[in-house]
Design a protein around this ligand. Structure first.
Ligand SMILES: *[C@@H]1O[C@H](CO)[C@@H](O)[C@H](O)[C@H]1NC(C)=O
Ligand SMILES: *[C@@H]1O[C@H](CO)[C@@H](O)[C@H](O)[C@H]1NC(C)=O
Ligand SMILES: *[C@@H]1O[C@H](CO)[C@@H](O)[C@H](O)[C@H]1NC(C)=O
Ligand SMILES: *[C@@H]1O[C@H](CO)[C@@H](O)[C@H](O)[C@H]1NC(C)=O
Ligand SMILES: *[C@@H]1O[C@H](CO)[C@@H](O)[C@H](O)[C@H]1NC(C)=O
Ligand SMILES: *[C@@H]1O[C@H](CO)[C@@H](O)[C@H](O)[C@H]1NC(C)=O
Length: 796
């Protein structure tokens, strides 16, 4: 849970009815909400104020709908409310049993041939044999990657009124389930459905309801059928401090007598239709995708099965370097070409051929037959092929732009009762395939975590409209390989008209776009520091000032390094790494005597580092294009607040001895350097030849730079890595052994650019902390009060 939400909830807890109103008010119209007993206007205003921003984040909702023989005839109607452009719904998962999947596919294909850019994705999952539709929904919920999930019964939202639908599709950010239908009493006597004019806390909810995805993840229903819901709620209520299983919305007016009331009792539902599931594995093991843990990866196999579904042979050719590289690592790669035909024939089907290049020989399967006869389409054949081949694939790679209904329909189809490890879908833009070569260096663990990290891009701008335009152009030329990336632009209060025009005119097709404009001039320190805050431990911030320009491959560098050093082999992960620079240092600014030219390659050669072309670690936080990690950025926020408050030391206290940044004023980097020094933290830097980087700085007149000269500009300008599929141009894999080195092989520099070790940095920081605070205890990770040694005095 995010700290903001946590603080808010705890503020609410003493007055639960009030709190509950906050959760549910916003999306429903005023008249439905006004509670009979608290209707003073001041309360209403307070509620309105507090509700600002209390909806779930954009695109953080997945809707799950079970499909049965009975409901298939109304499927189109049931789905209609979902297939509209939506601000919150990211995808809809339809779960159904194997026997009706073909029928479902036909209905879906006929119904949704229309292209809709902004609509949620539609996915089709099969339910493992032993589960019924209710368990199937909960099972699917435990595997979605969005933060919230909407669970439904077979009739979806058909019988809900407009307000309820609206609330469920744009739900408030609750920490417990919320829906129109629930009860307080397990030992029911027939009136168990709560219906009233105002929202109420209840113990149990019946679908449809929305809840945080995490609630589905831990322990599951003991029973099957309709009793699944009672079990789920019981589990949720059991973990809730006040035993709350959910909130019932205030939209029902007449009591509903429900069959559920009589099945929700403590006795086991013994309807013989479904086998009694003792200990459903899907609840014990599966955490939501976003927490893919190190335990799992440490034991998982390192050789996997990859399935590639590609429209044409041209696409296959484009991704061949990756295929060859994966083959060399011992993975099994199966490729299906579904749009192109290998020739005319009376029959339709597929055949296996192979493609030989300089790199390797790679087999592939291709559809044959007369295009007209090939019915219905290559997509269907591709799905059959996927279902048919031996072991369940670990990773399925397919084009992102392909029709949502066909292939991405999913993957799950092939694993009806396979193990619960989900297949990882990797959706890549076709146009990015020629630049995908870096993906060949990823390990299976890294591939498995492909969809886990998210990078938020943040731009800080003021009055350099031309710089901003250049940055935006470079950003829009960036390759995102099918990932969605949110963009935030922060315009300072003193932004000029041209800058504002540029900002207002901005479009962003890779994710959500947010524009902020300050009304009180804050200067660069708060502008940068407040421009981004992580919403989870898998959210990363790329901070960009407007005089930066990016290489089209910047995202690939960020993703490749994140996967290796945050989501790869546990031996390559270190809590000491606080970020990834896109920019290569050409000067070191921090020596007390002043700026000094710097060349990492030369330094490494002269110091006999075995691989002088390796990326390296340096404590210097880069402000010219760098990705910051969530835990460290959060810690920095706390450190900075504490430092500026002068609570534990005077503002002019020198924390880091002998560095030039002590003379800087109003610089966020100065304080980041302090934190980094006390902790022994480091940032990863690229080290490609000729200073080729993933970002550069144009050093334009602005907050830091008062006068700009040609010489000064050239001091900092570095060439950007070009977009090229040619092997003669410097690319991301110009690394030792064509892959990112293991963590412990990365050379480490200190703040003034001399080789050192992580241990030295850490022990320097520890002893400096002791000098400053008198504390000799071992510093606790990410705990700033402990770092500054002020915890002891404040605790009893
Ligand atoms: C239902 O049972 C509860 C207690 O179990 C009781 O208080 C309530 O009066 C009953 N309602 C009806 C309609 O029988
Ligand atoms: C509420 O739940 C009961 C219990 O099964 C169901 O019969 C009824 O249709 C539900 N109402 C709505 C509006 O979903
Ligand atoms: C705004 O965008 C339109 C269309 O993309 C473009 O023609 C126009 O020049 C832009 N205006 C500014 C001020 O950037
Ligand atoms: C995020 O990371 C911090 C620091 O390692 C940890 O204390 C916290 O529990 C993590 N949060 C989640 C939701 O995992
Ligand atoms: C590097 O190696 C050379 C030859 O082995 C040696 O002469 C030199 O002193 C070494 N330099 C350093 C910095 O270790
Ligand atoms: C970096 O290391 C060099 C050589 O060991 C040392 O002289 C210098 O003081 C160190 N810089 C800092 C900031 O600790």
């Amino acid at each position: 849970m995010q700290p903001r939400k946590l603080a808010w909830v705890s503020r609410c807890l003493p007055i639960p009815t009030f709190c509950l109103l906050l959760w549910v008010l916003y999306p429903t119209p005023r008249h439905a909400l006004k509670p009979a007993h608290t209707n003073t206007t001041s309360t209403a205003t307070q509620i309105d104020l507090q509700l600002q921003g209390s909806l779930i984040p954009p695109y953080s909702l997945t809707a799950i709908l079970p499909l049965t023989h009975k409901s298939i005839s109304t499927l189109e109607e049931t789905l209609a409310p979902f297939l509209k452009p939506s601000t919150h719904l990211r995808e809809i998962i339809i779960v159904c049993s194997q026997p009706i999947i073909a029928q479902a596919r036909t209905v879906l294909r006929n119904a949704f041939s229309v292209e809709c850019e902004q609509c949620p994705d539609l996915l089709l999952h099969t339910i493992p044999d032993r589960l019924d539709e209710h368990s199937g929904v909960v099972n699917a919920a435990s595997q979605v990657s969005t933060e919230y999930v909407l669970l439904m019964a077979e009739d979806g939202l058909l019988h809900e009124d407009e307000d309820t639908r609206n609330t469920l599709l744009h739900p408030p950010a609750t920490s417990v389930p919320i829906g129109p239908n629930g009860t307080n009493s397990a030992s029911a006597n027939g009136s168990c459905i709560v219906t009233s004019g105002s929202p109420k806390y209840v113990q149990y909810l019946y679908p449809p309801f929305v809840m945080p995805t995490l609630l589905a993840g831990k322990k599951g229903p003991r029973r099957s059928g309709i009793a699944v819901w009672a079990d789920l709620s019981e589990h949720i209520a059991g973990n809730h401090p006040d035993g709350i299983g959910g909130i019932v919305l205030s939209t029902r007016t007449s009591p509903i007598k429900s069959p559920w009331c009589s099945t929700s009792g403590p006795e086991i539902d013994n309807s013989a239709q479904y086998p009694f599931v003792q200990d459903p594995p899907f609840f014990n093991e599966i955490q939501s995708d976003t927490c893919s843990s190190s335990e799992e990866t440490a034991t998982s196999r390192d050789v996997g099965v990859f399935a590639l579904l590609l429209p044409t042979l041209e696409d296959f050719r484009a991704i061949l370097p990756v295929v060859c590289s994966l083959q060399r690592q011992g993975h099994r790669i199966e490729t299906f070409i579904y749009e192109e035909s290998s020739g005319l024939s009376d029959a339709a089907g597929w055949e296996t051929r192979s493609f030989t290049s300089k790199l390797c020989t790679a087999p592939y399967t291709i559809v044959f037959g007369n295009r007209k006869q090939r019915s219905p389409t290559g997509h269907i054949l591709a799905l059959e092929w996927l279902q048919g081949f031996g072991p369940q694939p670990d990773i399925v790679i397919y084009p992102r732009e392909d029709d949502k209904l066909t292939l991405n329909l999913d993957v799950e189809i092939s694993r009806a009762d396979g193990p619960l490890q989900t297949i990882v879908p990797v959706r890549i833009f076709r146009e990015d395939l020629p630049y995908s070569i870096w993906m060949g260096s990823l390990s299976l663990t890294e591939w498995r975590n492909w969809n886990v990290p998210r990078i938020d891009i943040t731009i800080i701008t003021k009055d350099r409209p031309h710089s901003l335009a250049r940055l935006l152009t470079s950003l829009s030329n960036g390759r995102f390989f099918g990932d969605s990336v949110d963009l935030r632009v922060h315009a300072e209060q003193s932004s000029d008209l041209a800058t504002m025009k540029t900002v207002e005119n901005l479009t962003w097709k890779h994710g959500s776009l947010f524009v902020h404009h300050r009304i009180v001039h804050g200067g660069l320190l708060p502008a940068v520091v407040e421009s981004w805050y992580p919403r989870s431990n898998d959210t990363y911030g790329l901070l960009l000032e407007d005089d930066v320009e990016l290489s089209p491959l910047f995202y690939a560098w960020a993703k490749m390094t994140l996967l290796r050093y945050r989501y790869g082999d546990p031996r390559n992960r270190s809590p000491l790494m606080f970020g990834i620079s896109l920019y290569q240092q050409k000067n070191i600014e921090l020596p007390p005597e002043g700026r000094r030219p710097f060349d990492a390659r030369k330094l490494f050669i002269n110091s006999n580092v075995s691989d002088p072309i390796t990326p390296y670690l340096s404590p210097i936080p880069c402000s010219w294009g760098a990705v910051y990690f969530p835990e460290h950025w959060r810690e920095f926020h706390i450190y900075l607040a504490l430092r500026l408050s002068e609570h534990s030391m005077k503002i002019n206290q020198v924390v880091v001895p002998g560095v030039r940044s002590n003379r800087w004023t109003k610089s966020w980097k100065k304080y980041f350097i302090e934190l980094v020094y006390l902790r022994g933290y480091v940032m990863l830097y690229p080290n490609y030849p000729d200073f080729i980087s993933l970002s550069t700085n144009h050093l334009e007149v602005g907050s830091h730079v008062k006068v700009r000269t040609k010489e000064k500009e050239e001091l900092f300008l570095v060439p950007l890595m070009e977009l090229s599929s040619s092997r003669n141009v410097v690319g991301l894999l110009d690394l030792p052994g064509s892959t990112l080195p293991p963590w412990d092989a990365l050379p480490v520099l200190n703040l003034t650019g001399c080789l050192t070790t992580l241990e030295t940095l850490a022990s320097q920081g520890r002893s400096r902390r002791t000098d400053l605070t008198g504390c000799t205890s071992e510093p606790q990770p990410h705990d700033v009060q402990d770092l500054m040694c002020i915890k002891q005095t404040s605790s009893p």
